[in-house]
Write a protein that binds this ligand. Structure first.
Ligand code: ADP
Ligand code: MG
Length: 635
């Protein structure tokens, strides 16, 4: 064979330093590229066999990654198609590099590295990111081929000679450079291989030369020792097993998969021993190829931040987690794996510009997820209800982020009620306004007043619920309105009794108003009196609009508008201490004044306590006063 030397390509001088810098944080990519090439080489030969162009017999198609830490090398071998001398010239020396050039031209000005990294492979040349020198030894499957040796120190100049390789296929030997020597650690290399190739469709072996030598020596020693004892033992060395599973569950027909398998697969993927709630098996051939399984994970607590993980694969090779170009943000809250073999992943086949395709994938997945949810709502309502607490943040987030998703699932939205029911918007009844609480403990006094009524009270205390209510109101203008339970007094809270005439009630509030202004420090406080279905002496109401406006202002960092104009305190005319205060005031005996003051302050504080957390000063006073009341009772 004629030896050959040359330059890989023109215009290369500036490329490598830039690529090295860009890809520095994602160096793992070199393994993905080199092992993917090995896998491609085998697929190609299998294909040629299948169509009758080649007739190569092979007992096991395989890829071997061999680590020789002492020599400082990682070698990737495949028994695939191999390359002839001409092919090395064409595919390695000329063509391969054009991809890298493309890459550079397109993305030179992009500063957002993360956007590029992970979606682009640089093919064979990515091996130079971690190597001082790369060697290829390859023998084509074609009859009469001569093995070729190629090597390059920089990726810019190469040398080509005859190789003494005897085996069909290709060895890529990387002499790992000083700044990448972490890859010479067996655990690091194994971990990286596992990350990318757990589901590679071809058997992948990891061989640690030093480890194998040690195993052989140990086995030999054990055999020797046994022999001395007169036992007959042979050197037994454990066989190396593939590190991958060549048939991930997503590749199996849906009808052949069992629940147990789905759960087990979830455990393998995420090492999460909490069982997923349910899952969606995606399996499409047309108009694009898409396979995968998406799991709805169980939340640990209601306030858990949702943190999903969707692993994206390309022909069973891991590409990246949560690729935001493929999946809408809310779908990344699920967990699972999707394989999109149609994804244009290479530099030359520009990934980021292919929005149309990616949009279609994401629309398809959105539809499948929505179908699953509405399907469950319609046919397995009980299960659906059981899962609601876990899945509602996901669904709400999805609705807020994607109108189409909302349109698809809106019939399947549920409200959890204070009584523990789960009702659809329709089942909430034809109330003008949906009453809700956002704090189960704080608002319990108000809920009590609705006991026995038909009014359903929704519990909307999740982190997304206030946005979600706004969204539903906006989507159902004039039809749906949410009012917090403490924003208004409804007939349900009133006792239907003739005991009090309106003028009595008005008089009662007049008697209180001056003292309430003083006690509350709010000159604008409004006072009302009603006969209520509760033994509370008074409750506080704040109008829904003003409270929301204040909350919004707070959220954006302001202090909020003063609510003083909007606070109403409603006295319970039936309550004895309210009546007692009235009596004391009307008698206007000097010595009764202190008692009246205590009553008024205590009535006010109780109403505040049932409404919102009390401030420190007020709480101190409340406790001191309560102690005094006990003293009086004990006199
Ligand atoms: P791509 O894989 O996108 O074509 P690469 O830079 O990864 O780009 O590889 C360039 C070419 O080199 C491949 O298309 C293939 O023809 C050849 N090649 C690389 N690795 C191997 C291999 N292990 N066996 C056979 N051919 C290979
Ligand atoms: Mg490649």
């Amino acid at each position: 064979m004629e030896n050959m030397q040359g330059s890989v390509s023109i215009n290369t001088e500036n490329i490598f330093p830039i690529i090295k810098k860009w890809l520095y944080s994602e160096k793992d990519i070199f393994l993905r590229e080199i092992v993917s090439n090995a896998s491609d080489a085998i697929s190609k030969l299998k294909k040629l066999n299948a169509v009758g162009i080649a007739s190569v017999e092979e007992s096991e198609w395989k890829i071997e990654v061999t680590l020789d830490k002492d020599a400082g090398t990682i070698t990737v071998f495949d028994n695939g198609i191999g390359m002839t001398r001409d092919e090395v010239i064409k595919y390695i020396n000329q063509i391969a590099f054009s991809g890298a050039k493309d890459f550079l031209e397109k993305y030179q000005d992009k500063t957002d590295e993360a956007q590029i990294i992970g979606h682009f492979g640089l093919g064979f040349y990515s091996s130079f990111m971690v190597s001082d020198k790369v060697e290829i030894d390859t023998l084509s499957y074609l009859e009469g081929s001569e093995a070729v040796h190629w090597e390059s120190n920089s990726g810019m100049d190469f040398e080509m000679t005859a190789s003494d390789s005897q085996e069909r296929g290709t060895y890529i030997t990387m002499h790992i450079s000083e700044d990448s020597k972490e890859y010479l650690e067996a655990h690091k290399l194994r971990e990286t291989l596992t990350k990318y190739f757990s589901f590679l469709p071809i058997n992948l072996y990891f061989i640690d030369v030093q480890e194998e030598e040690k195993k052989a020596a140990d086995a030999h020693k054990a055999a020797e020792e046994a022999k001395e004892k007169g036992e007959l033992v042979q050197d037994i060395i454990e066989e190396v097993k593939p590190i991958n599973n060549t048939t991930p569950l997503w590749a199996k027909p849906v009808k052949d998969c069992t629940d147990e398998e789905y759960k087990a697969f979830y455990r393998t993927l995420f090492h999460d021993f909490n069982e997923p709630l349910f899952w969606i098996h995606l399996n499409t051939d047309y108009p694009f190829n898409l396979k995968g399984i998406l799991y709805f994970p169980k939340l640990k607590s209601q306030y858990d931040t949702l943190e999903g993980e969707v692993k994206v694969y390309y022909n069973q090779v891991f590409v990246a987690d949560n690729v935001k170009e493929i999946l809408p943000e809310y779908l990344m809250l699920l967990k699972g794996a999707i394989d999109c073999p149609d994804l244009p992943l290479n530099v030359s086949r520009s990934f980021l510009q292919n929005d149309g395709y990616v949009n279609k994938i994401s629309a398809h997945i959105t539809k499948k997820v929505a179908d699953k949810l509405t399907g469950m709502f319609n046919t397995e309502k009980e299960n659906y209800i059981k899962y609601w607490d876990d899945i509602n943040p996901f669904i709400k987030f999805g609705c807020l982020k994607d109108e189409k998703f909302y349109e698809k699932v809106k019939e399947a939205l549920l409200f959890k009620t204070a009584d523990g029911e789960y009702l659809s918007l329709e089942e909430m009844g034809d109330q003008m306004a949906i009453h809700y609480i956002d704090d189960v403990v704080q608002q319990a006094q108000y809920v009590n007043m609705y006991k026995g009524s038909d009014i359903k009270i929704a519990v909307l205390n999740g982190p997304l619920d206030s946005h979600f209510m706004n969204y539903l109101e906006y989507k159902n203008q004039g039809k749906v309105k949410f009012v917090r339970i403490d924003s208004d007094i409804t007939d349900n809270m009133k006792e239907s009794t003739d005991e009090f005439k309106q003028e009595d009630l008005d008089k009662l509030s007049e008697i209180f108003i001056a003292d309430f202004k003083k006690v509350s420090g709010n000159e604008k406080i409004k006072v009302k009196a009603e006969a209520m279905k509760s033994n509370m002496p008074a409750i506080i109401l704040v109008s829904e609009e003003s409270r929301r406006m204040q909350e919004m202002a707070k959220m954006y960092g302001g202090f909020g508008l003063p609510l003083e104009d909007e606070v109403t305190i409603v006295l319970n005319a039936k309550n004895k201490s309210v009546q007692k205060y009235k009596e004391l005031k009307e008698n206007s005996v000097e010595t009764d004044n202190e008692k009246a003051n205590i009553l008024c302050e205590q009535i006010y504080d109780l109403a505040v306590l049932a409404h919102k957390p009390m401030e420190a000063d007020a709480m101190t006073k409340f406790i001191e006063r309560s102690a005094k009341i006990l003293d009086i009772l004990s006199e």
